[in-house]
Design a protein around this ligand. Structure first.
Ligand code: GCW
Length: 677
């Protein structure tokens, strides 16, 4: 076993004589003229995959003779065959189709562009990896979002902020001379799910990244990524003109500052003609920004957009802003600052909004900015690295969390205005679109620390390609490609994955509790944190437990954050009769004796959820134990150990939280529950 290094591209041998034969029969000849680097990469991938899975080397031919030919390319690369590709699949889409050419049975894998072909090849390989039939094929697919980007919070000293999978995969010391095979495999994995952008450095950016020396290193990475259709982006520090350029100010309206950025952009594009653009965290958590000069986010973003615009680069400007000097509910700040700027951003600016209003908690309501800025492109920001989900020791499949947000109804243009439709630009076709995921990748042999954390990288790519896919289908594909196609393995493990996020919500922060984790590490429980240095880092700020009850009143009797949503959403979550249990304590302060839908008191329900969470981790461990022998012994043992550790930690979460909240409720832990350990 490769211990997970090959991710979902392990291309394990297809077993079963019948299946192998039907594949082999249909893949005897190959027409794949490859004049570009991307087509070459696609061709190499196809040959590697077929060889590994089927021991097959299709005979490469120039024209169709013997039938059973796979024909791969674009209308240009396949000129001699006069292939047409519909415009409807766009620049990055592909077609996989069974067809007759000169009366011969062929499988066509075609796109309008080389990168479309690359995506087509990966998806064709996926059919074989997942043991699907290729007897009848008629697949047309295209990405629904334009920018599908991974954000690495990687520092230049190779530490990774909130990274739990070793150190940074970028070896800045050895770049640009040494191209690690990891860079290539990283790019392959991304391309296989359609990710087309990578921000390689931390949003808490170092100005050094824009120095000449680093730009040469960036160029070396860009050259690798390009082969796989991936553009490189950089996080930039707003004060770079001061730190790097020696200017006195970074005021976005200052002509010298503008010129400095424009010159810098010109320099970057000299090395990297397809450079993607900048990601900016400004005026947030101590980062410099335009507000330091009395300017707005729009002033700052537009200045950078002007520098990149002539080169077709974009600015991804983050809406993750909050400030302890603003006395209002932290929940409300991003909306308050950005909503008034709707329509004021240049066309090549996209605002990156975290899925929820606070910070990647185990469960958050969708961010109120989604749907509230009709004239501004909003890019979804999800977090793949499990900062608040047990790092890389807890098994948490995040696709259900992502889908919950994407399918949430904002009601901004009537019922059915899901977050997904907002970010796809359904209501304003002129907007650029995108989704980003904070990467969970590091130098660990298995890339992501936990074998199952790879699924979060995979699922992110799939949802960025098409946000409406089902977490269950994505999990099934990932399992088949990463482990095997054995139903007796797949069905219990898929069940484990699909339940895993709710389990973790239960033992960490059920019923809408949020931000009750340990201070600064964000790992274990810390509902008692109340002297973190600023109020909005205290757990007590969020749960507001007292002798009467618990929860944050965000109705119009409290902080009124609910008013930032459409009236239907406000009414739904603001009313105790309709507010789902999952969001209850996000929006309401309720007495410990409040009668829940379950019939239990709120206190008993809190206890019930914490215990149920731990119980489900126990069950998950039991289910995994039964699968010994159904996968390689290395990963089996690794996951088994991780689950045992997760159980210990879930128990700690449960006991700490239950005992802490009990100091307020002063109510007993009901009969039937084991004593906290
Ligand atoms: O989730 C929080 C993290 C910070 C992070 C910040 C952000 C990169 O705790 O470590 O900084 O959000 O998203 O900018």
């Amino acid at each position: 076993a490769d211990n997970g290094y090959k991710l979902w591209l392990g291309y394990s041998k297809v077993t079963g004589r019948q299946l192998t034969d039907t594949y082999r029969q249909q893949l005897r000849y190959l027409i794949f003229p490859a004049a570009s680097v991307q087509l070459n990469a696609a061709r190499a991938e196809l040959l590697t995959g077929l060889n590994a899975m089927l021991d097959l080397k299709p005979a490469e031919v120039k024209d169709i003779k013997g039938g059973q030919t796979v024909v791969v390319g674009t209308p240009q690369s396949l000129k001699a065959l006069a292939i047409t590709v519909p415009d409807s699949i766009g620049k990055e889409g592909y077609l996989i189709k069974k067809t007759l050419i000169n009366k011969n049975q062929c499988i066509l894998i075609v796109g309008n562009t080389d990168v479309g072909v690359l995506y087509g090849v990966f998806n064709f390989l996926k059919l074989i990896q997942t043991h699907r039939s290729i007897n009848e094929l008629n697949i047309a697919d295209r990405p629904r979002l334009m920018y599908r980007v991974l954000d690495h919070w990687d520092n230049l000293n190779r530490t990774v902020e909130r990274g739990y999978a070793g150190s940074s995969i970028w070896n800045w010391h050895k770049l640009p001379d040494i191209i690690d095979q990891r860079y290539i495999d990283y790019a392959r994995a991304n391309a296989s799910v359609g990710i087309n952008g990578s921000v390689v450095n931390n949003v808490n950016a170092d100005a050094l990244i824009l120095s000449h020396e680093y730009l040469l290193k960036i160029k070396a990475l860009a050259d690798v990524f390009r082969t796989y259709g991936i553009r490189i982006y950089l996080s930039v520090k707003f004060s770079s003109p001061i730190e790097l350029g020696g200017l006195k100010t970074a005021d976005p309206l200052d002509p010298e500052v503008k010129k400095w950025w424009a010159d810098k952009a010109d320099e970057i594009y000299r090395y990297i003609p397809d450079f993607g653009g900048f990601l900016v965290k400004a005026n947030s958590e101590g980062q410099p920004g335009p507000q330091r000069y009395g300017r707005s986010h729009a002033d700052g973003a537009n200045m950078l957009a002007d520098a990149l615009g002539p080169h077709h680069g974009i600015v991804m400007w983050r809406a993750f802003v909050y400030d302890n000097k603003v006395p209002d509910d932290r929940f409300k700040q991003a909306y308050n600052e950005f909503k008034p700027l709707d329509g004021k951003f240049e066309d090549n600016v996209i605002i990156q909004v975290k899925n929820g209003p606070i910070d990647f908690q185990p469960r958050e309501p969708f961010h109120p900015l989604f749907g509230a800025m009709p004239n501004t492109p909003l890019m979804m920001e999800f977090q793949l690295t499990q900062e608040y989900l047990g790092f890389s020791t807890h098994l948490v499949y995040e696709a259900p969390l992502f889908a919950e947000c994407l399918q949430a109804d904002t009601y901004r243009y009537g019922k059915g205005t899901t977050v997904s439709r907002i970010i796809k630009g359904d209501f304003n076709r002129k907007l650029i679109t995108g989704m980003t995921g904070v990467a969970n990748i590091g130098s660990d042999l298995n890339w992501c620390g936990h074998p199952f954390a790879q699924a979060n990288w995979y699922a992110f790519g799939r949802l960025a390609w098409n946000p409406d896919q089902s977490p269950a289908n994505i999990a099934a594909d990932w399992l088949r490609m990463t482990f095997n196609n054995d139903e007796s393995f797949l069905s219990p493990v898929k069940k484990i994955m699909l339940q895993s996020r709710e389990n973790t919500v239960n033992y960490m922060a059920p019923l809408g509790l949020h931000h009750i984790m340990g201070q600064s590490t964000h790992y274990g429980p810390g509902p008692w944190v109340d002297n973190a240095g600023r109020p909005d880092w205290n757990a007590t700020y969020y749960h507001r437990a007292d002798s009467v009850g618990v929860g944050f009143d965000r109705t119009n009797k409290g902080s009124d954050a609910l008013a930032q949503y459409a009236p239907e959403v406000e009414a739904n979550w603001g009313n105790l009769k309709s507010c789902p249990d999952e969001y209850l304590l996000w929006f309401h302060h309720l007495s410990w004796t409040y009668k829940m839908r379950s019939g239990r008191t709120l206190w008993d329900d809190v206890v019930w959820h914490y215990y149920a969470g731990v119980e489900s981790v126990k069950q998950m461990g039991g289910a995994w134990d039964k699968l010994r022998g159904k996968t390689d012994p290395e990963r089996f043992a690794e996951v088994k150990q991780l689950m045992a550790l997760q159980l210990k930690e879930a128990t700690t979460w449960r006991d700490a939280c239950v005992l802490y909240f009990q100091t307020f409720s002063k109510m007993p832990i009901g009969p039937g529950y084991p004593k906290p350990e």
